[in-house]
Design a binder for this molecule. Structure first.
Ligand code: AP5
Length: 213
């Protein structure tokens, strides 16, 4: 019998918890968690030509040009572990990207996470990340065991440059203008389900599993 394919897109505004949910669900489904934001941040940290071109856009909270993101995503989707499916987090971000994805791979489900803006801002402002292993913390809801240090490798936690107030404002506006139209696009295709992102990560995870069942 052919294995079940899980090709899932997580849509939603910055800070809604896409990455947190994708990290645990990808292990459960046995498919890779493909975050274009993480792939870009790795390229920025490695100072590759693509990373250097992307950095200014990211720090300001703007979208990185489509051709750069598609290049990085195409390479990642070609890796052997993505042959069994994937959980896409942060891609597509506009209609052009959605159309390009269709040329690369079909998807079975699109989950859209929803939360009011004031709670998004609260989650983003409290986020801290490990620059080494990319584990995500929150000073209010998921603090590390020793303040300011990653539980897994002891590295000093950082605040993402785009989690500063001005960049957060830009990211929320960019989501409303460029990414929110994808909700109608996937609804018309019969693929979209919405997930209420209020509550603890475990409560949200329960809703995600129900939606994907
Ligand atoms: P990206 O990294 O994709 O950022 P984003 O979409 O803005 O999403 P976030 O990572 O901010 O939030 P999240 O929803 O994953 O929340 P998280 O789980 O971390 O993109 C960054 C930039 O890269 C873009 O601005 C752009 O420049 C570029 N880029 C990326 N993809 C691109 C593309 N396709 N095209 C063009 N440019 C692209 O949670 C947030 C915080 O809340 C954490 O602290 C977490 O611990 C906490 N939290 C999570 N869940 C809960 C909960 N249930 N209760 C309480 N706290 C919670």
């Amino acid at each position: 019998m052919a294995p079940t394919m899980h090709r899932v897109i997580f849509l939603g505004p910055p800070g809604v918890g896409k990455g947190t949910q994708a990290a645990s669900l990808s292990k459960e489904l046995g498919v890779p968690h493909l975050s274009t934001g993480d792939l870009l941040r790795v390229a920025v940290a490695a100072r590759t030509p693509l990373g250097l071109e992307a950095q200014g856009h990211m720090d300001a909270g703007r979208l990185v040009p489509d051709d750069l993101v598609l290049r990085i995503l195409r390479d990642r989707l070609a890796a052997p572990d993505a042959a069994v499916g994937f959980l896409l987090d942060g891609f597509p971000r506009n209609l052009a990207q959605a159309q390009r994805l269709e040329e690369i791979s079909p998807v079975e489900s699109v989950l859209s996470f929803e939360l009011p803006a004031h709670l998004l801002i609260e989650r983003l402002s409290g986020r801290r990340v490990c620059p080494k292993c990319l584990t995500v913390y929150n000073i209010a809801t998921r603090p590390p065991k020793s303040p300011g240090r990653c539980d897994l490798d002891g590295a000093e936690l950082i605040q993402r440059p785009d989690d500063q107030p001005a960049a957060i404002t830009t990211r929320l506006a960019v989501y409303a203008e460029q990414t929110a139209p994808l909700l109608g696009y996937y609804r018309r295709k019969g693929l979209l389900q919405t997930v209420d992102a209020h509550g603890s990560p475990n409560e949200v995870a329960g809703r995600v599993r129900t939606a994907l069942r």
